[in-house]
Design a protein around this ligand. Sequence first.
Ligand SMILES: N=c1c2ncn([C@@H]3O[C@H](COP(=O)(O)OP(=O)(O)OP(=O)(O)O)[C@@H](O)[C@H]3O)c2ncn1[C@@H]1O[C@H](COP(=O)(O)O)[C@@H](O)[C@H]1O
Length: 128
Amino acid sequence: MTQDNLPAPTADILVRLADVLETRRPQAGGDSQSSYTAKLLARGPDAFLKKIGEEATELVMAAKDGVPERIVSETADLWFHCLVALTHYGLRPEDVLAELARREGLSGLAEKAARNHEGADSAPDRSA
Ligand SMILES: N=c1c2ncn([C@@H]3O[C@H](COP(=O)(O)OP(=O)(O)OP(=O)(O)O)[C@@H](O)[C@H]3O)c2ncn1[C@@H]1O[C@H](COP(=O)(O)O)[C@@H](O)[C@H]1O
């Protein structure tokens, strides 16, 4: 429960938000006059990819300052703009959640070691 005694939001919010963002696509008739998302999508990848870079930088600065409310706010901005990018490319938050689920329980260190081992197996023999 949250402070207001409401149920804590879950990943469902990502799915609902993505449904809204799909309606903002130019092909869906998104209106740049009334919707920030529609304006961003109409401007194309350079616009929303630039925003992702900016929001990531702002998150880094917030984290460096260590202010929890700003870290949460900047992370929300970053997630939102990533969802805009996913929408443009015809992808869904469910795709990302499935990838995270696929990785669940797989140690990042073990995965990296396996990756490096595969690379060593296929690398040309330079010992001669
Ligand atoms: N979650 C968000 C959300 N998070 C951030 N933003 C907007 O992202 C923008 C970028 O943030 P910045 O801090 O960089 O602000 P800025 O300097 O004014 O931005 P720029 O002019 O540089 O682009 C701001 O205008 C925020 O309002 C969002 N805009 C919309 N949503 C969600 O998307 C839904 C659809 O929004 P519209 O498409 O605008 O109707 C909304 O109902 C919300 O649920």
